[in-house]
Design a protein around this ligand. Structure first.
Ligand SMILES: *Cc1c(COP(=O)(O)O)cnc(C)c1O
Length: 522
């Protein structure tokens, strides 16, 4: 061992020496050769490092990160964090010991989104099967574009998308995993526009009339971003009114379509939302589908959040009519807890629209004289070149739990929401904005000093200041995290989201008690 190590060192020194000699004579390749010897040594250290790093990863990010006896977050002001963690990149590499120290610190100072008291986002939890899938994807580090470099994952993606489509109610169709729901929604805009105006791909915006799309006031902001990105323009995203539950009003949609047409604009798409981001509202798809059919508009369903309810026989009714959509966005990384990111863009189309819309037929990837069936090269469907493998984590989790296990996960999330809503009605300070229809539980907490003062003129202004203070306190303590926001005419309220399957009734009681404790003196 010692002998071989010193031999290595000897070899590396002589190679470096030779490298320098060659460099002088003008052979730039020699620098790479010169470091060959030392890189051999480094690779040995690499495996050792990996083993140690994995021990830290499992113990601290996975085990402690999901343990109620550990904090959800370790709050620090940015300036303090810059002092505590050495972010500087230097010309010289650092020792293994120091690097492992960084790994520990990074984990310690990061938010534990898998913790059972992290309620801040539409995603949380750390499913061990999905996590294993994520690690395997990372280790194999390949790209989805060709069968040549991703044989298993090309077939796997196809199967996962097919199964997802079957829950929508489609026997055929197409799809692709995208880098998030915002991009999936953008695909919908682009594909729908291409279907209506195929010349757009070559001629660009010059070839088009003024196009408009419709979506509700409660829709996700990615529809606006997509419209800006694709040259449609945010002014041409027409916002349809919603009822008091946050659902699109079909009569207003009809009215706004007619108005746009009379002004000379050309409507081409309606983006409905199945599970709005704030209230968890579901647009009435059947009635909107009728409007779309009448006007020949592409019907997109943004089910990034609510799509997973399709797995539940008890709750899939929320998305009644979704099979009539032309395309669907569905993020398993949210309610199903697969891990970021996992977002499917699904279409009913069987005419290779996705492929025709995005293909550039790069000859270095998609040679037409390959020795296998070219339909397995899916890269032309994508707006990207290299594309991550996002299907494996979902596939492995689905294999482990079965559709029934996923259904139980969805049902549990809704049961937890129901439980919290009932508890809130029993406790004095909690006030629901509305009965929850889905997993979003929106509520105000009225601290003791504000109770029974609802008629005073500054009640709402003062109530609006409560949530930010409670939030600051929970983060500084590290006990839990939940999001708040103002919305429309409503002052700051909390939006509680329980999707982590490891959450228990005790965690929910803790959540309510902790809010009461933190607001006692307000
Ligand atoms: C989260 C969400 C999106 C965006 O998904 P990302 O993966 O975060 O880009 C789009 N629409 C709705 C309704 C969402 O809830």
């Amino acid at each position: 061992m010692n002998v071989s190590k010193s031999l290595c060192r000897f070899v590396s020194i002589t190679r470096q020496q030779r490298g320098r000699d060659l460099l002088v004579k003008g052979f730039p390749l020699s620098t790479a050769m010169a470091s060959e010897g030392s890189s051999l040594q480094k690779e040995d250290a690499g495996d050792e490092f990996l083993k140690e790093a994995f021990k830290i990863l499992i113990a601290e990010a996975v085990q402690n990160g999901t343990d109620r006896n550990h904090k959800v977050c370790e709050w620090m002001e940015p300036e303090e964090l810059k002092r505590v963690l050495d972010f500087n990149l230097r010309s010289e590499g650092e020792s293994q010991e120091v690097l492992l120290g960084y790994c520990k610190d990074i984990i310690r100072l990061s938010v534990k989104t898998g913790h059972p008291r992290f309620f801040n986002q539409l995603f949380s939890g750390l499913d061990r099967h999905a996590f294993t899938g994520r690690i395997i994807s990372e280790a194999l580090n390949t790209s989805q574009y060709t069968y040549e470099v991703a044989p298993v994952f090309v077939l796997m993606e196809d199967e996962v998308l097919k199964t997802m489509r079957s829950f929508i109610g489609w026997k055929t169709g197409d799809g692709i995993f995208c880098p998030g729901g915002s991009i999936s929604n953008m695909y919908a805009l682009n594909v729908a526009r291409f279907q209506r105006f195929p010349q757009c791909k070559e001629k660009g915006l010059h070839a088009l009339p003024r196009l408009v799309v419709f979506t509700s006031q409660e829709s996700h902001y990615s529809v606006q971003k997509g419209a800006a990105f694709l040259g449609i323009g945010t002014d041409n995203v027409i916002l349809v009114e919603t009822n008091d539950r946050g659902e699109m009003i079909p009569e207003d949609l009809e009215h706004k379509i007619q108005k746009a047409k009379s002004e000379g604009s050309v409507p081409f798409l309606v983006s409905t939302t199945c599970g709005t981001t704030v209230f968890g509202a579901f647009d009435p798809l059947d009635r909107i589908a009728e409007v779309c059919e009448q006007h020949s508009l592409w019907l997109h369903a943004d089910a990034a959040w609510g799509g997973s309810a399709l797995l539940s026989s008890r709750h899939r009714n929320l998305l009644k009519g979704i099979e009539r959509a032309d395309s669907v966005t569905w993020n398993p990384h949210k309610l199903l807890g697969v891990g970021l990111q996992c977002s499917a863009f699904l279409l009913r189309d069987t005419t290779k629209l996705l492929d025709r819309c995005h293909a550039a037929n790069a000859t270095y990837l998609f040679q037409t004289d390959k020795f296998y069936d070219l339909k397995y090269d899916t890269g032309n469907k994508s707006i990207q070149c290299g594309r991550r493998v996002d299907c494996l984590k979902l596939w492995l989790m689905w294999k482990a739990l079965g559709s029934k296990g996923l259904e139980r996960r969805v049902d549990k999330a809704l049961e937890h929401t129901r439980y919290l809503a009932e508890e809130m009605k029993r406790r004095e300070g909690f006030r629901l904005l509305m009965e929850p229809e889905f997993v979003n539980l929106c509520f105000w907490y009225v601290p003791p000093s504000l109770r029974k003062k609802e008629n005073s003129s500054d009640f709402w202004t003062r109530l609006g200041k409560v949530a930010p203070v409670i939030k600051e306190r929970m983060m500084k303590k590290g006990s839990m995290m939940v999001g708040y926001q103002p919305h429309g005419h409503r002052v700051n309220f909390f939006r509680q989201i329980v999707v982590n399957p490891d959450v228990t009734k005790d965690d929910l009681d803790f959540f309510l008690d902790e809010i009461e404790r933190m607001a006692e003196d307000l």
